[in-house]
Write a protein that binds this ligand. Structure first.
Ligand code: WTA
Length: 650
């Protein structure tokens, strides 16, 4: 059945319209309303954003200028003062939402906690006071390395309350990767836990922090949340248990008045060089942009139970687990664990148990569920769902249809949301009550977003031609800079294409109806299971192993993960291949970066295809990795024999 419906979609180019009742109840309920908002924002962007900022958020002091745009430097709501935690917490306490569930959490062991807005506010204030007692001040950087437990959100909000800048590092990153980020960001304090549960095992977070901090001078204190009761060492004077410190800690902590452009967080993401980039987001514009996109794209209502499965270590966890939903006063479900073999149906059981109505996840998770079979979701009552969403990578029509049919019961629109760490929030997505869907397309830009597909000169390309996905005008949620590296910010995003356009690094096409079809990265970044990884980072990790002389890494299409990591390795003179080397090198990458970067395949070779100027021809390696015929221009290849040899070894 799935097959025949997919076939017909491809043939008919069928559009999936929201039901009349969905559209009628939606915040944006018709195509005409979408067009009108998009037109208003195009004609008067500053007027549009100012109107939304006034209507949707509370400001301590109003702005005197909406946008100061000196490419590539943007300042939004110049002169205004606010605190994002006031919008996420305090203002709801003045309403009936005071005792509404803000956060419903379930741990992997089945333990649960629910925090109302009033309780969350209490926890955040206490945590903020604890940070302050440990010397954290406005502008200081705080590292957060936690499992997905309520304290992850609490710690982020506590930083924001004080004007401290958080940098969350995903708990799956290794000690080495953590160390690199803490040093780069000059972090003063780290918040961690003794351990966290993931796939029936304990991740030893505190032990990793200990390892990461050896010789790191800037970190003066470590605040430890008890989660797994794993034995750990506590360094006197540096390490503090959160449950001890909070004893008697006041829960009165007024939010600090912050400039609209005060940095809110730094989040490291992969780029096309060996070093991760610290993307900087600021307060006012980010608050508005995540708030409005959450409200309109997830069509949030007060009665919704909203579940975004992302970890707070990724930007999706920042914008659509914490800030966007809380600013809207939503009820958020947070689950500590990950889908795993011992409990394969847990996603669907949680949806039934908590009556989830809006469910936002990654295509890789959908493809994994599709492989496990329909019987698991069918065994649960999923009738509470009314809206589905995907993020992180293109979704193939087969997975889309399965999600629509089996999970959504053919009644829930799917918002396929395209965006990036740098954009702060969703840029291209359907507004589900207004825009008919096409499986595999992220559909249309959010009102106020002037997205386009252009050639290398910055000229728009005709419908259905491939090009670079760019944004022509600033938006409130955009990254302001890369931490400590303005020059790289300029070079990476603003100089590739003439005309002061923001270059996303993605290729895309637009069809004759203006729908965007994102084709994936055009740079040396790959997307594995929805996680963005720089091939050069993995190459650097491999090359740091004593037997490796040189390494090249590419992505190969994978039916579940989207892409799989394939490495080509040249050994040092005098080192020879032995049985355990595959494993040893994979393990080395895990140690250097984390399990998410473990190569699926390693090929040992004596030469790599390079241009005369020494640049590795990744296009050729990609073909070799995918087992395809190598076609196209090979004229720049320095040594044809290298290519022939590679083909033989595969
Ligand atoms: C990819 C995640 C196709 C894209 C929010 C982008 C997508 C990168 C989609 C950003 C989508 C994200 N369709 N591709 N709906 N969403 N991507 O920074 O290549 O972790 O550049 O942010 O993911 O990854 P990041």
């Amino acid at each position: 059945m799935a097959d025949s419906s997919i076939q017909s979609i491809l043939r008919e180019h069928r559009l999936f319209w929201p039901s009349e009742s969905f559209a009628q109840a939606a915040h944006i309920g018709s195509r005409a309303q979408y067009e009108q908002l998009a037109a208003q924002a195009r004609e008067d962007p500053e007027g549009f954003w100012a109107e939304q900022a006034t209507r949707e958020l509370e400001w301590f002091t109003p702005w005197n200028q909406v946008l100061d745009w000196q490419p590539p430097s943007a300042r939004w709501f110049v002169g205004a003062k606010l605190n994002i935690t006031h919008n996420c917490l305090d203002r709801h306490l003045q309403t009936w939402r005071r005792n509404k569930a803000a956060l419903i959490w379930e741990g992997e062991l089945g333990d649960t906690r629910t925090l109302t807005y009033s309780q969350l506010h209490w926890e955040v204030c206490q945590f903020a006071n604890a940070l302050r007692a440990l010397g954290v001040e406005e502008g200081d950087r705080v590292g957060i390395y936690l499992p997905l437990i309520p304290e992850a959100a609490i710690a982020m909000l506590a930083c924001a309350r004080l004007g401290a800048i958080h940098t969350v590092v995903f708990g799956g990153f290794s000690a080495e990767a953590l160390r690199e980020r803490l040093i780069h960001c000059q972090v003063k304090l780290v918040v961690t836990a003794d351990g966290g549960w993931r796939k029936d095992a304990i991740v030893p977070l505190k032990a990793q922090v200990d390892q990461a901090l050896v010789g790191v001078e800037t970190v003066k204190n470590v605040l430890v949340v008890q989660r797994t009761a794993t034995p750990i060492t506590m360094e006197p004077g540096r390490d503090h248990w959160w449950h001890d410190l909070r004893q008697g800690m006041s829960a009165v902590c007024p939010p600090v008045d912050l400039d609209s452009e005060h940095p809110l967080f730094v989040l490291y993401t992969s780029g096309s060089t060996g070093k991760p980039k610290g993307v900087v987001h600021t307060t006012g514009g980010y608050n508005l942009y995540t708030h409005l996109t959450t409200k309109w794209i997830f069509d949030l209502r007060d009665t919704d139970v909203y579940w975004c499965t992302a970890d707070v270590g990724w930007v999706t966890g920042h914008s659509y687990v914490v800030y966007g939903p809380l600013s809207n006063g939503a009820t958020i479900l947070m689950y500590e664990g990950a889908p795993r073999t011992s409990r394969p149906g847990c996603t669907w059981e949680l949806i039934e148990k908590y009556q989830v109505s809006v469910f936002y996840t990654a295509p890789t998770a959908i493809r994994a569920a599709l492989r496990q079979g329909e019987h698991l979701p069918r065994a649960c009552d999923l009738s509470s769902l009314r809206l589905l969403g995907t993020v992180g990578e293109p979704i193939n029509p087969e997975a889309w249809i399965w999600f629509y049919r089996v999970v959504g019961g053919e009644r829930c629109p799917i918002v396929d949301t395209w965006w990036q760490t740098e954009t702060g929030g969703i840029m291209v997505s359907a507004l589900p009550g207004a825009v008919p869907l096409k499986p595999g397309s992220a559909t249309l830009p959010f009102p106020g977003i002037q997205a386009d597909v252009v050639n290398h000169k910055g000229e728009g390309v005709p419908p259905n031609s491939g090009g670079y996905l760019v944004v022509r005008y600033p938006w409130p949620g955009m990254a302001r800079t890369l931490y400590g590296d303005e020059e790289r910010f300029r070079r990476t995003y603003w100089e590739h294409i003439p005309g002061q356009l923001y270059f996303s690094g993605d290729g895309a096409r637009r069809d004759e109806e203006g729908y965007f079809w994102v084709m994936g990265r055009v740079d040396d970044v790959i997307n594995v299971a929805g996680h963005r990884l720089g091939t050069m980072e993995i190459e650097a990790a491999l090359a740091s192993h004593p037997v490796v002389a040189e390494a090249a890494v590419v992505g190969r299409p994978d039916p579940v993960k989207g892409e799989e990591i394939v490495a080509f390795v040249i050994l040092e003179q005098g080192s020879s291949y032995h049985e355990g080397l595959h494993q040893a090198l994979k393990q080395h990458v895990v140690q250097e970066i984390g399990a998410i970067a473990r190569p699926g395949e390693i090929h040992f070779t004596e030469a790599l295809p390079k241009t005369r100027s020494g640049k590795i021809l990744r296009r050729l390696l990609r073909s070799v990795a995918a087992g395809e015929e190598v076609t196209g221009d090979t004229s720049t290849l320095e040594d044809r024999a290298a290519l022939d040899q590679l083909r033989e070894t595969n």
